[in-house]
Design a protein around this ligand. Structure first.
Ligand code: THU
Length: 142
């Protein structure tokens, strides 16, 4: 399935989501938006907690939105901080994005649009599990 990427619309959505963030501890709101291969746009914002370590990054919400809304593959991703600037996903969130977008996912970065395998080289994924177990994982990984 091929879908056109409207980067400006995705960036605007990510910026809008920063206004929904719950970040009373870090005071660092984050918004994220992703385009799915069926044309849906999925979103997330960070949700912090008094137990700091269980804070949810914006990407966690986005992946939950993706799966709860019917699944599919992420095609493009953009993330913003409260200044409206592009923000790179943290390491853990790159792993989350890898699972649902794979190597070809287009990631908006301050250095331009990059593929997921450029922002998470030599990634660990389903293929590494299958290599050893010999069992096919019913994931949407490529
Ligand atoms: N944060 C995200 O939401 N996504 C990232 O990829 C980087 C960090 C959030 C987590 C925390 O609520 C705040 O930014 C400060 O680290």
């Amino acid at each position: 399935m091929s879908v056109d990427i409207d980067w400006e619309a995705l960036r605007a959505k990510a910026r809008e989501l920063t206004t929904r963030a719950y970040a009373p501890y870090s005071h660092f709101p984050v918004g994220a938006a992703g385009l799915v291969d069926d044309g849906r746009v999925v979103v997330g914002c960070n949700v912090e907690n008094a137990a700091y370590g269980v804070a949810l990054c914006a990407e966690c919400g986005l992946i939950s939105d993706l799966i709860a809304g019917g699944g599919g593959r992420l095609v493009a991703f953009s993330c913003a901080n409260a200044n409206g600037d592009l923000l790179m996903p943290c390491g853990r969130c790159r792993q989350l994005l890898w699972e649902h977008g794979g190597a070809a996912l287009q990631v908006d970065t301050p250095a331009g649009v990059m593929t997921m395998d450029q922002v998470l080289p030599l990634a660990f994924g389903v293929a590494e599990l299958e290599d050893v177990t010999g069992q096919e994982v019913k994931a949407e990984d490529d």
